[in-house]
Structures are given as C-alpha cells and as structure tokens.
Design a protein around this ligand. Structure first.
Ligand code: COA
Length: 196
C-alpha cells in the first residue's frame, strides 16, 4: 500500500489500522463530504445531543464545522478499507489533577450505523490516545435519547458516571445528557482480559 501511494506521489496519511476501518488525518477534500453531513438535521441532533429548533441546530452545526475546518489536527477521519470516508473522531486534550481527554465521534454515513464501525473506530482512537498521550482518563457525553451511542461507548469500555441537564439560553429548551468515562486502569484491565 505504501508503495502504491509513493508511486503516485501521494502522502499516506494513515495513522492506525483496524480490522474494518482505518484512522487517518483529515485532508482538504474531506470537507466537502463533511459539509454535506452537517446539513443532515437528524444526524446533528444525535451528534450534538440537542432537540432544539432546526435553525438553531443548523447554526451550532455550522459553527462547529467552521472550527473543524480551521482546527482539524485533533480530528481523525474514519475510512473503510476501500478508502471511503464514513465519519470522524475528534478529541481535546485537557488537564486538571492529571492529563485527560474529551472525545466525540460521528459516523456521517448512515449506511454504517449499527454495524460495529463506530465502536471499532472509537476503540482504535482511545488505544492510540492512552498509548501516546499518557492520559489518566477519557471522557465524553451524549444525549440521554441517544441509546445507540451509549451502547457503542459501553462496548468500548466507557461507563456512565453522571447525568447533566443543559438549558439552551436562546430557546429555553432542555437537553438531558449522560456523562461517561474510561480510566487508564479500566482500559488496561479491559485490554488484558480481551487482548484481541
Ligand atoms: C454513535 C455512533 C458513533 C455509533 O457507531 P455505530 O457503528 O453505529 O455503533 P456500533 O454498531 O458499534 O454499536 C451500536 C450498538 O447499539 C445498538 N443499537 C443500534 N441502534 C440502537 C438503538 N436505536 N437503540 C439502542 N441500541 C441500538 C447496536 O445493536 C449496537 O449494539 P450491539 O453491538 O450490542 O448489537 C454512530 O451511530 C453515529 O455516528 N451516530 C450519529 C452521530 C452520533 O450519535 N454521534 C455520537 C454523539 S455523542
């Protein structure tokens, strides 16, 4: 594969290889596809965990998209073995008593929902983050109504540690979220009990 990329003078941006998906850096041509996904209102409601008016969700989605275009170093494209872009993972590195990360994932291509692609991609990302960044834990949150995401995160080893209620200051609409965490110790334990 490397030789093939080299032969055509293209840079191989692959970071991690899994059984069915690879993670690679986002490249400029991806943003056309991502822009299309960010127009999908139902997808945005899942991704941001919000049940607000469509116009507000569109605004939030476009702000996030612009930020992603400008700061994509902390985002990894999820691609199939055939090279099809199906989603992305994005993380931010933080520190309180110890370094930790917050992470999020979106499969923009609905054909891949519920097929194990999200849990594979997220597992690859968290292994990479624990390995390379010396993190004490990884956290995320998701909407209470997003049961598929919660199940996916549980499969990756996350456990629910709390709930939160957010009120949209523009509309007064309330969003109920679930907070989930995975500590380094839990991750190491899971790896030891299920090395595959
Ligand atoms: C959330 C997401 C990343 C999960 O990836 P995925 O590939 O769909 O998830 P997986 O197939 O690995 O796991 C989903 C699990 O939920 C189950 N599931 C699917 N639909 C479900 C539903 N409506 N309710 C409850 N469980 C559901 C699946 O059966 C699977 O569990 P199983 O393997 O035990 O059978 C992906 O669906 C997605 O991007 N959705 C839209 C955006 C989003 O919600 N992002 C997360 C925001 S926090």
């Amino acid at each position: 594969m490397f030789r093939l990329f080299a032969a055509f003078g293209q840079k191989d941006t692959t970071l991690v290889e899994g059984p069915r998906v690879n993670l690679r850096m986002l490249v400029p041509r991806d943003f056309r596809v991502l822009h299309r996904w960010f127009q999908d209102i139902e997808l945005m409601a899942f991704a941001f965990g919000l049940t607000v008016e469509d116009s507000i969700l569109r605004k939030i989605a476009m702000e996030y998209f612009d930020d992603l275009v400008n700061f994509s170093n902390n985002a990894h494209a999820i691609v199939t073995k055939g090279g099809l872009l199906i989603g992305f993972v994005r993380f931010s590195l933080r520190k309180d008593m110890a370094p930790y990360a917050r992470i999020g994932i979106m499969l923009g291509d609905r054909n891949y929902w519920g097929g194990g692609y999200g849990s594979e991609a997220l597992s690859l990302s968290i292994a990479e983050l624990f390995d390379k960044k010396g993190l004490a834990r990884i956290e995320l949150d998701t909407a209470q109504f997003n049961e598929r995401a919660q199940r996916c995160f549980e499969k990756c080893g996350f456990r629910k540690t709390g709930e939160t209620t957010e009120v949209n200051f523009l509309t007064g609409e309330v969003s109920h979220k679930v907070i989930m965490k995975l500590t380094r110790e839990e991750f190491m334990h899971n790896m030891a009990s299920n090395p595959s």
